[in-house]
Design a protein around this ligand. Structure first.
Ligand code: F6P
Length: 369
């Protein structure tokens, strides 16, 4: 008797990133090849709560490898354990556990196992189903590259390419106008995007959450460059970067979200501080969701295809509740729950930080002074 399931569900949860469609394509094509039927669940766990599904055949995933976003849609608010419902009388929120309802939806569609493509929050949502006997195989995605247990996630390389191209464009206008240009990039509490895009674009100052910065040091670097005839400076700042002894700048706190803190605003604040301190005109650009959109780069298409293939291999071998990861350049897997609640931050002694310092890039601290 085959240990492989005959019918699986697939969903994409959390914030989107380039490469999600490449994983869906890989999963569906391989499943169809092995006579496994695939049910696509729309908008992450929300589709399970609301019973919104589509049958996915090989034809349905043809021509999606290069497409950004996700053909299934996504949601970063839906959590079956804590589903927010507005009360009819006063509109206030109450939270309901919809886990059993979702189990019934899966039974109705004959779903025996799930491929769950998402981040930390999505994997946490999958756990109650894994405990109830649904084999959940996690495929990690994030442009932030901060998944604990995996040295690379798909979406990251594309985000770095996009940010690098944008910073290159900002570079020439900064030089023409003798300005400081501050470019704010995403990454949440991890500075991977800022570090890689900053090094790739030859930024003068890179600010990451892992290294609190000093405004005096930043002003010193900018003023020194100016005195040496470099009348412009490029600062790449991660949205989660903060001054020494200070706090991250929060744009909004979102009600009913498993991920309630929306970071943003440090670029604007920093440009003002630099202009006040140096007298040099300083402007800012926030790259925002531009980094999450568009076609995945070749490296992400390859990685996403490999992740999908590894997930299907695990399902067909009957391995249960695993998370696909990349370690030391090799695809492998860990327990689904192992990465929950942990982040992979940039170590202060990361070789790329040392390499950047050796080409006189400042991290806004006094280590490179
Ligand atoms: O985790 C990916 C990410 O793009 C972060 O870099 C960013 O902080 C966050 O998601 C933004 O989320 P949202 O699109 O929900 O505002």
């Amino acid at each position: 008797m085959s240990i492989a399931p005959s019918r699986i569900g697939v969903l994409t949860g959390g914030g989107d990133c380039p490469g999600l469609n490449a994983v869906i394509r890989s999963v569906v094509k391989e499943a169809v090849y092995h006579d496994i039927a695939v049910v696509g669940i729309e908008d992450g766990f929300l589709g399970l709560i609301e019973d919104r599904t589509v049958t996915l055949r090989a034809d349905d995933v043809s021509n999606i490898l290069t497409r950004g976003g996700t053909i299934l849609g996504s949601s970063n608010k839906a959590n079956p354990l804590r589903h927010a419902v507005a009360r009819a009388d006063d509109g206030s929120w109450i939270y309901e556990d919809r886990t059993e309802h979702c189990m019934a939806v899966m039974r109705k569609h004959g779903i025996e196992a799930m491929v769950v493509i998402g981040g930390d929050g999505t994997m946490t949502c999958a756990e109650p189903f894994a405990r109830r006997g649904i084999n959940c195989i996690g495929v990690p995605k994030t442009i932030d590259n901060d998944l604990w247990g995996s040295e690379l996630t798909f979406g990251f390389s594309t985000a770095v390419e996009t940010a690098t191209e944008a910073i290159d464009r900002v570079h020439s206008t900064a030089a023409s106008h003798h300005r400081v240009m501050v470019v704010e990039v995403m990454g949440r509490n991890a500075g991977w995007i800022a570090l890689h895009a900053g090094v790739a674009s030859g930024a003068d100052i890179i600010l990451i959450p892992e290294i609190p910065f000093s405004l005096e040091e930043i002003a010193h670097v900018v003023a020194l460059r100016s005195r040496r005839g470099k009348r412009f400076s490029i600062v790449v700042v991660s949205e989660g970067a903060k001054p020494e002894g200070g706090k991250q700048i929060v744009d909004r706190v979102i009600e009913n979200s498993p991920d309630p803190i929306r970071l943003g605003g440090v670029g604007k604040w920093l440009a003002g501080q630099i202009e006040d301190a140096t007298g040099i005109e300083s402007r800012y650009v926030v790259l925002g969701h531009v980094q999450r959109g568009g076609t995945p780069c070749a490296a992400d298409r390859v990685l996403a295809t490999q992740f999908g293939d590894h997930a299907m291999g695990l399902l067909r071998e009957g391995r249960r509740n695993r998370l696909v990861v990349m370690q030391q350049g090799r695809l492998t897997d860990v327990d689904l729950t192992e990465a929950a609640g942990k982040q992979r931050l940039v170590p202060q002694d990361h070789p790329l930080i040392a390499a950047a310092r050796s080409v006189y890039t400042s991290f806004g601290d006094d280590a490179g002074a």
